[in-house]
Design a binder for this molecule. Sequence first.
Ligand SMILES: Cc1ncc(COP(=O)(O)O)c(C=O)c1O
Length: 376
Amino acid sequence: MKKIIHVTQPYLPPVAEFIPYLEQIWDSKILTNGGPMHQQLEAALCEYLGVEHIALFANGTLALVTALQALRITGEVITTPYSFVATTHSLLWNGIKPVFVDIDPITLNLDPTKIEAAITPQTTAILPVHVYGNPCDVEAIQKIAELYNLRVIYDAAHAFGVQCHCGSLLQHGDLSVLSFHATKVFNTFEGGAIVCPDAKTKQRIDYLKNFGFADEVTVVAPGINGKMSEINAAFGLLQLQHIDEVLTVRQEVDRQYRQGLDGITGIRCVGTSGQKRANYGYFAILVGSDYPMSRDALYQRLKDHGIYARRYFYPLISDFPMYRGLPSAARANLPVASAIAEQVICLPIYPHLSDDDLKRIIFIIANPTLEPKRGD
Ligand SMILES: Cc1ncc(COP(=O)(O)O)c(C=O)c1O
């Protein structure tokens, strides 16, 4: 059977290491509702990530939906079309109108120079994404937010552990939202979190993720069930023991890709600019018109060799049916994002990607007309 290499493979610690956590859950008989594992993981993540408060969630999408609720965001929100669709779905689930703004051609994040022109009297917030863990221009975005009295919620689903020039990237904006989905650098099978700067906001988020209950008989808001279970939290505690080795191995895969793909006409590796510490969650390349074949032809060629790369983020969110009718979704409004979406391929990157597989992927890209032999 042909070996398939997916764009990612979840990191799983040895199963024997998980048993003691399971035994603790079996002993306590507490399965959810903010139990001991949940509390321990919140504390451990605050320390590891260097942030003040974290509220854990069942997944990143519920965390995004709740973050918008927590800050009572309404009206219009400025966001990027170059992301996973959950970013803007969280707006629609809150009855908010997304307003798409184009991206910067280098960072592939929301272009701050284009934000002001999109602000209207209905605008209440900005929802940027740190795409592939590359930091947004947080200072420029903050300046605009202060000038127009807007809130900023970062979709930081890709930014676990990323440090920018001034420490944790997750400290910026009013809130940051993480995803711990199986495909992410740090996974709890499914999971997510909101990072927030003060205890009062964390309290409101904790009410909202538990149906709005403040105590046994008091419901203070129309909350949702967004809680992370004890089993996911326990797995997160175990994953944290291994995260540094995971990041080190990912860094080495990233280094080898950059070295191997350097100088290939028509291939640009998306950088890790603006990061004091990256997490190497994605390895994105852009296939230019000077490469001997189209992006889609290269994508298919890789697939024919069992390498299931992904075209993140193609199509743009703004091209999906529920968004395409918005005036801001017009291609003419989003020329950079439209061009990048036609060029991008994310290559496989994960801790157990073998040297042989890595070399074969590089060979296929570097030699568009040659077939890889065993060992290439
Ligand atoms: C940018 C971005 N936002 C939000 C999400 C949603 O997170 P989750 O899958 O944990 O709901 C993801 C990924 O899954 C993502 O990549």
